[in-house]
Design a protein around this ligand. Structure first.
Ligand code: ZN
Length: 670
């Protein structure tokens, strides 16, 4: 799998902390929590300082947010071929229902449609398992029978069968490498009947040997079988797949380009439009290079087929967009780190052969998200590090961002939820977390994104050598880099921390999360599958095992409950350094066997007893394991000639209203 990413699940670290941030607004001034259902909590986020942007910047943001929202249905269709029709059916039932709203079947149906909205389809956004309905088939059939003429899609019977038959489309992305990954994954990036072996053979046949600047094969295509039975790629582009939605995206990008902050940004938007018109991946690389090199514009965005987690083979990008602008005061922190990138590279515990002689252009900033869309909505990353192509990163640098208005919303929403009291071993440790977790967590994200992913050197031809373990190993590399340096006196010297003990807050929380609390996201009996979760379990369990003789990390039992006690933080840092060196070696040399061994020993299997305990303790707290967001609503204020004179932001739209409105307003594939 490709390079990466997004530190998607730090939310679980942040959820459950009560941190002090002096300038943080009081929770009661702004209602962060919007909705709560199943395992999900929906929050809203603020867009501080939007009103201080220039009118041109506001209009630019406005058109970019429109371009973002128009891609929504592309993602829904990529996730599963039934998703759009399914949404039409579910929304028709939901909006036409006029029975008893306290009825158990109705309430279960409402939960189900909320889950489907959140998952951008019928599968859970994180586990990728299909949702299980808790309402009866008879209930749904009765509602469908009562729908007005034409409200339900033509294949309604099939859709009902998909909802109720657990064997159909059971998992969106299957990662169990013992079976055909394509045949057993329910996503729509491959046509039915296409096999994994055929697809791999196809890509091997078109890859140029020794290509130093490879295009991102398959990034924007659905793989199908041609009339002659051979494998072909059907590109997402104007005139190709998803044309009507892409046309709306391009129309708004074009409007945005008239308000670009500078020529470089106008060029970037132009290149992206060219890519959407041609589907040419070399043009996408051109765009990515221009984008990586633009560090001057305050407003920025990603828009396109970017991350490949939705494809079990890690080839095809799921459509997403985030529009944002730089948080100038907060960016001083990441700029300070970036300026020292070479020092961090030179002083890491990694073998010299796997280090970069010259770390290029690690550009880091703190941003304010203005809109989340496609695969970044409603669940969203808190950091981004792009572009993904390794050769572009090496030659042209990459951009790394921390989305602080999102981390702030997580933090604000989690005050007083009882997490620390339940899971943290003692009062002094709770105090440590209160004082230092927010800052060390943000610094961890900065180090992970700005320096971790950008560090290290890959031996030629090893890009995809770790196959299905590539993402987890890459995340482990970036996390270990961050953990190792969080405890370095350098951060105090640089003025980023004011206490040499501060790092212990993040260390404690990391081990607690990796060994215990993240298991809350997993159903009993299941394995850990998601890359970031595997990475965290790998690091925590490995450190526990390798520190056993010296009793570095101890599992303390008290009243039948398990607590993490860290006896030697310095030794723990040493262990992180040791594992970093090994993980970097694995990544640099493409040592699949070693990656496979590490992952299978430490990252996948869960002790069922500890798992049960964590789930029980969590259940008492009523904290949702997953969180996501509704977007603010931007409105262009126009004068009598239609000219935009201002753009306003409103935060009051609720979850259901937003989902129904997006469905009506941005149905680009209809
Ligand atoms: Zn990452």
């Amino acid at each position: 799998m490709k390079k990466i990413i997004i530190a998607a699940a730090m939310a679980s670290l942040l959820a459950g902390t009560s941190c002090s941030k002096p300038e943080a607004p009081k929770a009661e001034e702004f209602d962060y929590v919007v909705d709560h259902f199943a395992d999900i909590e929906v929050l809203r986020y603020k867009v501080p300082d939007f009103e201080n942007l220039t009118l041109n910047q506001k209009i630019l943001v406005y058109y970019l947010t429109e371009a973002a929202l128009w891609g929504r249905d592309i993602l829904w269709d990529q996730n599963n071929s039934n998703n759009l029709a399914m949404r039409q059916l579910l929304e028709a039932v939901y909006t036409n229902y006029n029975g008893d709203k306290t009825d158990a079947d109705y309430k279960a149906f409402e939960t189900y449609i909320k889950q489907v909205w959140f998952g951008n389809g019928i599968h859970h956004h994180y586990s990728t398992d299909k949702f299980t309905p808790a309402f009866s088939r008879d209930f749904l059939n009765a509602q469908i029978a009562a729908l007005p003429e034409g409200a339900a899609p033509a294949n309604t019977d099939e859709l009902v069968e998909v909802i109720f038959n657990p064997a159909l489309d059971a998992k969106r992305v299957n990662q169990d490498a013992t079976v055909d990954l394509i045949a057993t994954s329910a996503n729509n990036m491959y046509a039915p009947g296409v096999t994994q072996a055929e697809v791999e053979a196809y890509y091997n046949s078109i890859r140029k040997p020794n290509d130093l600047t490879p295009i991102s094969y398959g990034l924007n295509t659905r793989v199908e079988r041609g009339a002659d039975g051979k494998i072909v790629e059907n590109p997402y582009k104007i005139g190709g797949l998803y044309s009507s939605a892409i046309e709306k995206i391009v129309e708004n990008l074009d409007s945005a380009s008239h308000y670009a902050e500078n020529d470089a940004q106008r060029q970037i938007i132009g290149s992206l439009i060219d890519f959407y018109r041609t589907g040419d991946l070399a043009t996408f690389d051109k765009y990515s290079i221009e984008w990586a090199e633009d560090t001057l514009s305050q407003v920025d965005f990603i828009n396109g087929f970017i991350e490949t987690y939705g494809d079990p083979l890690g080839m095809t990008g799921s459509w997403e967009s985030i529009v944002n602008f730089k948080n100038i005061p907060a960016s001083e922190r990441t700029e300070t780190l970036s300026a020292e990138a070479q020092w961090f590279e030179d002083n890491s515990p990694v073998d010299k052969a796997f280090k970069k002689d010259k770390v290029k252009g690690v550009s880091a900033k703190v941003i304010t998200a203005a809109i989340l869309a496609g695969d970044s909505y409603p669940a969203t990353p808190i950091g981004i590090n792009l572009p993904n192509a390794n050769w572009i990163r090496a030659a042209h640098g990459s951009k790394s961002v921390t989305i602080e208005n999102i981390t702030q919303a997580y933090d604000e929403a989690s005050h007083g939820n009882g997490f620390n009291e339940e899971f943290v071993i003692d009062e002094p440790t709770i105090k440590l977390l209160d004082d230092y977790l927010f800052i060390t967590d943000n610094l961890h994200t900065d180090l992970h994104e700005c320096l971790g992913h950008g560090s290290g050197r890959l031996m030629p031809g090893k890009e995809d050598a770790l196959k299905e373990h590539g993402s987890a190993i890459e995340e482990a590399r970036a996390d270990l880099f961050a953990l190792y340096y969080l405890a370095d006196p350098k951060l105090i010297e640089m003025g980023l921390l004011d206490n040499p003990e501060a790092y212990k807050a993040e260390y404690y929380k990391y081990i607690l999360n990796g060994m215990m609390t993240q298991l809350q996201r997993i159903e009993p009996g299941k394995d850990v599958e998601e890359a970031h979760m595997r990475n965290r379990k790998l690091i925590a369990e490995w450190a526990y095992e390798h520190g056993k003789d010296a009793n570095v990390i101890e599992l303390v039992k008290r009243d039948g409950k398990t607590f993490i006690q860290i006896n030697d933080y310095e030794a723990l840092r040493g262990l992180f350094g040791q594992l970093l060196a090994e993980i970097q070696r694995i990544r640099s040399t493409g040592d699949y066997a070693a990656a496979n061994e590490l992952i299978n020993t430490y990252a996948v299997k869960i002790d069922p007893e500890l798992h049960r305990e964590v789930l029980d303790r969590y259940a008492k707290l009523d904290i949702a394991p997953y969180k996501g967001f509704v977007n603010p609503v931007y409105t262009a204020v126009r004068d009598e000639n239609g000219k935009i004179t201002d753009v306003t932001v409103d935060y009051t739209e609720g979850y259901i209203d937003q989902m129904l409105r997006y469905g009506r307003q941005y149905n680009g594939l209809k």
